[in-house]
Design a protein around this ligand. Structure first.
Ligand code: CP
Ligand code: NVA
Length: 307
């Protein structure tokens, strides 16, 4: 049966490991895999802005021998005139896979329901699972392994990135702490799902308002914008609420000496992260951005092998 990648826990711990191993192989040998040779087309649809996701999917699809078809929802029938389900029925007859950046997770679920080609979540309001594959690849490269590492995400605990860290981190057997204001905590269902996974992998998920204890000895420190796409109207309130969660030099000093800093980008320097941290020696953000290509190529190869 066709597999989809809509949330980080759509893959098991061993499948996550397989995809990351494949990403390392593909990174070492760019042209190793050509499942889209023909070229076959992959539709990459955007309801929201993007730089990294757009370019990394376009490059990755071309590297795999295929042709990316980048679609802006504004110039398509999706997003008003046609349902995700009808769109999927049409696209699956023409393309090898559908990649979609959208708002509601339910739209992705509708798109994937019964689709005969893989549907990939390129960011929704709830999850950013492709970013997490790239982040895990980056952490693996810098730390040598994933299971048992202490990862701290500071900021908007209810955001797509925090949710994805909870699920993907638990899948990898990591100890994930989400540090956030009480009113911006992760969704209860995500906490429950992540903890159920962590119980099997030996990882854990902690949600706390206090940065210090969570950061003590941390291996990986992560943040993301306080104002995700679609939340722009709440900017003033968010900036006022999130102030104490900025990743600055003082917070990095609480983490392990060899801790690394990740940010999926785009970044608001001076808000969620101090310039000296994101542009400092512990920051691995450029590796992280590059790894979007390798991780997503591996994901596509893996999904296409299962169609
Ligand atoms: N990190 C990320 O998804 O970046 P873009 O919004 O530029 O795609
Ligand atoms: N949380 C951010 C991620 C951007 C890549 C957003 O949704 O805007």
């Amino acid at each position: 049966m066709t597999r989809h990648f809509l949330r980080d826990d759509d893959i098991t711990p061993s499948e996550q490991q397989e995809i990351l191993d494949l990403a390392l192989e593909i990174k070492a040998n760019r042209w190793a895999k050509r499942p889209l040779a023909g070229p076959e087309t992959v539709a990459v649809i955007f309801d929201k802005s993007s730089t990294r996701t757009r370019v990394s999917f376009a490059v990755g699809i071309a590297d795999l021998g295929g042709q990316p078809l980048i679609i802006s929802t504004a110039n398509s029938q999706l997003g008003g005139k046609e349902t995700p389900s009808d769109t999927a029925r049409v696209l699956e007859r023409m393309v090898a896979a559908i990649v979609w950046r959208t708002y509601a997770q339910s739209g992705l679920e509708e798109m994937a329901q019964g689709a005969t080609v893989p549907v990939i979540n390129a960011l929704s309001d709830d999850f950013h699972p492709c970013q997490l594959l790239a982040d895990l690849l980056t952490i693996l490269e810098h730390k040598g392994s994933l299971a048992g590492l202490q990862v701290v995400f500071l900021g908007d605990g209810g955001s797509n990135m925090a949710h994805s860290y909870a699920l993907a981190g638990a899948t990898a057997g990591m100890h994930v702490s989400i540090v956030c204001p009480k009113e911006f905590a992760p969704a209860t269902s995500v906490i429950t799902d992540a903890r159920a996974i962590a119980e099997k992998t030996g990882g854990s998920l902690t949600v706390t308002e206090e940065p210090s204890a969570a950061l003590a000895g941390a291996d990986v420190v992560v943040t993301d914008t306080w104002v995700s796409m679609g939340k722009e109207d709440e900017k003033a309130e968010r900036v006022a609420t999130f102030g104490k969660y900025q990743v600055d030099k003082e917070k990095m000093a609480l983490a392990a000496k060899d801790a690394i800093f990740l940010h999926c980008l785009p970044a608001d320097r001076g808000f969620e992260v101090a310039p000296e941290v994101i542009d400092g020696p512990q920051s691995v953000i450029w590796d992280e951005a590059e790894n979007r290509v390798h991780a997503q190529k591996a994901l596509m190869v893996w999904l296409l092998e299962r169609v």
